[in-house]
Design a protein. Sequence first.
Lengths: 190, 190, 190, 190
Amino acid sequence: MEKQQTDKRAAIMQAAMELIAEQGFHGTPTSQIAQRAGIGVGTIYRYFKDKDALIEVIHENVHGTFISTFTESYDPQLPVRENYLRIFSTLTRLFIANPYEIKFIEQFYNSPYGIAKKRADEIECDKPLFAFFGQGIQQQVVKDLPFEILLGLSLGPVLFLVRDHQNGFVNLNDQLIADIVSASWDAVKR
Amino acid sequence: MEKQQTDKRAAIMQAAMELIAEQGFHGTPTSQIAQRAGIGVGTIYRYFKDKDALIEVIHENVHGTFISTFTESYDPQLPVRENYLRIFSTLTRLFIANPYEIKFIEQFYNSPYGIAKKRADEIECDKPLFAFFGQGIQQQVVKDLPFEILLGLSLGPVLFLVRDHQNGFVNLNDQLIADIVSASWDAVKR
Amino acid sequence: MEKQQTDKRAAIMQAAMELIAEQGFHGTPTSQIAQRAGIGVGTIYRYFKDKDALIEVIHENVHGTFISTFTESYDPQLPVRENYLRIFSTLTRLFIANPYEIKFIEQFYNSPYGIAKKRADEIECDKPLFAFFGQGIQQQVVKDLPFEILLGLSLGPVLFLVRDHQNGFVNLNDQLIADIVSASWDAVKR
Amino acid sequence: MEKQQTDKRAAIMQAAMELIAEQGFHGTPTSQIAQRAGIGVGTIYRYFKDKDALIEVIHENVHGTFISTFTESYDPQLPVRENYLRIFSTLTRLFIANPYEIKFIEQFYNSPYGIAKKRADEIECDKPLFAFFGQGIQQQVVKDLPFEILLGLSLGPVLFLVRDHQNGFVNLNDQLIADIVSASWDAVKR
DNA sequence: TATGAATGAGCATTCATTCAT
DNA sequence: AATGAATGAATGCTCATTCAT
């Protein structure tokens, strides 16, 4: 049954993602993944070559979801400032709404796997934002700094504060999100 | 000889820090630490109760160095803006100059050990910065936002960009550091 | 298959019991147990939590066998003397027929585990014998000595001589066993 | 200094004997022996080839002490019964007065070392007792049983009960010792 | 297709022994 | 002669992966 297969595959991925988010990659045995997914250990190896491949696929999945949600929030018609506020508010809410995914991604990029992947991902991620900031610079509403710096000024606070939120150090409600994004706009705007 | 002992202990800590920075805690066997330190495996256990104690001590060491360097960069006599630029430029340069230490700290806070330590450390770290930002708010030169948010706006870009620097995505020279800190000041300033 | 599982578990227990009897607990690595049992090291841990649990279970097994065999040999209807001869002859033959088991039990009670277990076991073991000797004292056919002393006078020679037998210093045939038990009866009888 | 050397050697032996009696052979690291003896680890190896040799020498020492004390308690002039009572009372008191030594000997004979030694020791030990029981048989006051059996009937209860005494299951005072030896005499006497 | 029992390489840790001082 | 820091072989145990059912 096609449906059955997909179900199991998805269950394995969900179980693995949650457990790795909670316990880290090395703290999560395949046996535990199988147990939470409600399947046998051997079954994991019918859907994924090995544990590394499983991690890889989960990463691609999470990463893809993030990218597409983000891309949709960008509207080339809007003025730069409005777009900025939209993009980074949406991104912040997206991260907050997906704590497991974010935790997993962090674990992933901190592990040996992520090292290589990271560069490729960033480049891919950056494409739409690169265009966006380029437009801002051209219109002289954004500081004339290298793209990577602008990314750090805008995404850095978001990532830092989402982590704080998930660790319970701060509680990011909509007002606070608006404040943050508005403030970081001050950093990038001319 | 006193010298010899200190040498071995330091060699173990240095080797462990570098390897854990590169490969993570679980990815770094004691045998490898011993090999890079140029000593026998058993010797590790003459200086540290176990592997956990070793990373605990390394963490305290690195953490202490960071704290003291940071504290020294703060001069209550200076105006808020000048202090801000000094503090965060120094911090950025400190991080860049100690790539292994930074990587290690990240690995540490991502491991089960760090979970508990993190909150305590952050509170300790924050004390001087808390006072600093409080002063800025009082003088109405800094936005009236929660301390944690101000921290995210200032420290977030630094951490993000240092990581980028270490991954080779960007090359943070003194000019760029000045630009970043100056821009992030725009985010926190009123 | 149920059969297979039981086989492996039994093979591990038998191998462990033999080797521990011969070499002691600390002299018997898990790798050696696995090898003699004809299984992989990891398999031990499918059936037993750890090495400690393994010997605990072996102990309970051996102990249980001894207790039940002993209990069956006691017939309250018989006169005290006949019962004594039956009980201790049976016990002696039981010990001789199970040399590994006896050696294992000795090793067990000499290890840190046994210290605690021993008192509990002895009390349990003693219950039927306590009743038996009490009856003998009441009937004035057994010396009026503390129960523990009577146990030493009756069981002491048996244990001593079984050990001698197993070490090849003496060969306990049925005649000799009868002689021993008959003689030790002289020690306890009035 | 001759005196110094002997002192250290004796201190090592005493420390090792006590610790092995308490913790067993495998539970007693050389470092602990050195610590209790108040000397450096390396020093052990100046007096003894290795740990095995140390054990061996302690055994010979303890064994020799027991043998000589025992031999002195035998008076060929006395009647067999009186001699029996003297010998085994003395032996019992000797064991009780030297709990460490007894525990050590037990540990020794249970370890791989003891296996071989035991036969030789028993033969040596037995010599005087062999003569004693032979005389008793000849005079027709002792049962005509093999020497080893007579040894089991007489020594078995003593060893069993001394162990019980040391484990706190029974308290062997002089009266009880007299009772035990008197009762075991009933077992061997004709 | 799905399973989970079996496996053994790999890890942290201990400890008898050596040897430079 | 005495020391104890240094060593690495050996051990108990875990867990990714395989394969017979």
